[in-house]
Design a protein around this ligand. Structure first.
Ligand SMILES: Nc1ncnc2c1ncn2[C@@H]1O[C@H](COP(=O)(O)OP(=O)(O)OP(=O)(O)O)[C@@H](O)[C@H]1O
Ligand code: SF4
Ligand SMILES: [Mg+2]
Length: 321
């Protein structure tokens, strides 16, 4: 099998927390703890989980927008874990990010055309090639050429997110992190953007980490899915396997929280008890123990390890496998 585009081995990212009182021991926030994954060329890897579970930090660490505390990150086989800013520069055009809020990712005063040309120029793409590429991409995202003369406030959120996607594709990146690219948009527009991403994925054979807090969104778009809880992966499998066979109590809870309009298929709603625990003082046992409807005494004593329970389906729960 060919080398995956991106591979993380036991990735750890911690943030130091300033002490509140003089003499108080230093604390760390465990944003990402021991995450391993690999994204093959042309595939979309979904990361799903509640707010604060470490999704964005994981995405930013893979792109080396963060320093890495532990573990390894490989991009196209190259170890990029400890590369410095200067050595990362040549890789930047090959790794792009699409953000949640398109208005925040464009300069409000700059015309769209100028913003797109600037990206091409920074990465030394010849001007005539950039012009052709920009026009082709506008066609792919179904926007007219006069869009290039507009400023962001003259575009809708959905149109601007299409442009953010076009901007990410301009340099033919080998890897894209899309961080909740539809969650700031109206529901009707979300479906359009997801359909566009599915089309572009086929056409450009995109390799992507797709971050979302919604199970339904990752289900339709992603080949593999990892469910994160408090910085760790609690369940991971190929999308079809995962959604046909939800094994971890947390994933089951996330799925049951999705409202269904069909009364025939009304699911038994499981409601999450308590708040997401702090990532600073992480409990010694299962991180989900305080909220898990199936919690047993052993769950508070030792942390369940992520293990393969068959079909490359990984689960971290004492009661599974
Ligand atoms: N620069 C930072 N310094 C300190 N803590 C940080 C920093 N960035 C993120 N964190 C913390 O790391 C944890 C994970 O944050 P992250 O933004 O990765 O979560 P997320 O899953 O993307 O959440 P959301 O769905 O709200 O975007 C959180 O507890 C957050 O407060
Ligand atoms: S290990 Fe225990 S607390 Fe954790 S998810 Fe499994 S049953 Fe729940
Ligand atoms: Mg985030």
């Amino acid at each position: 099998m060919s080398e995956p585009v991106i591979r993380a081995e036991h990735l750890v990212k911690e943030f130091p927390i300033a002490s509140k009182k003089l003499g108080e021991p230093k604390k760390v926030l465990h944003a990402v703890s021991d995450v391993s994954l690999s994204v093959p060329k042309g595939s979309i890897f979904g990361i799903v989980g509640e707010s604060g579970c470490g999704k964005s930090t994981l995405g930013r660490s893979l792109l080396r927008l963060e320093t890495i505390t532990g573990g390894k990150v490989y991009f196209q086989g190259q170890d990029i874990t400890d590369l410095s800013g200067k050595d990362l520069l040549p890789l930047r055009r090959n790794m792009q990010m699409i953000f949640q809020n398109p208005y925040a990712s464009f300069n409000p005063k700059q015309k769209i055309g100028s913003a797109l040309r600037e990206v091409a120029k920074v990465h030394k793409m010849p001007a005539d090639q950039a012009e052709e590429k920009i026009r082709n991409l506008l066609h792919e995202i179904n926007l007219p050429e006069d869009t290039l003369h507009r400023i962001p406030s003259e575009m809708s959120g959905g149109q601007l997110q299409r442009l953010a996607i076009a901007r990410a594709l301009l340099l033919d990146p080998a890897f894209i992190v899309a961080d909740e690219p539809v969650s700031a948009l109206d529901v009707s527009v979300q479906a359009q953007i997801l359909n566009l991403m599915m089309d572009l994925r086929e056409k450009f054979s995109l390799t992507m980490l797709f971050i979302s807090h919604e199970m339904t969104v990752v289900r339709h778009l992603c080949d593999q899915v990892a469910v994160m809880y408090l910085g760790t992966v609690v369940e991971q499998a190929e999308s079809e396997e995962l959604f046909n066979n939800l094994l971890h109590p947390y994933t089951q809870t996330l799925m049951s929280a999705i409202p269904t309009l069909d009364p025939e298929h009304k699911k038994q709603r499981i409601v999450l008890q308590g708040d997401l625990p702090s990532a600073i003082d992480v409990p010694p046992g299962c991180p989900f123990a305080d909220r898990c409807p199936k919690c047993q005494p052993q769950c508070r004593e030792s942390r369940p390890q992520l293990k393969d329970v068959g079909n490359n389906h990984l689960v971290a729960c004492h009661l599974v496998g």
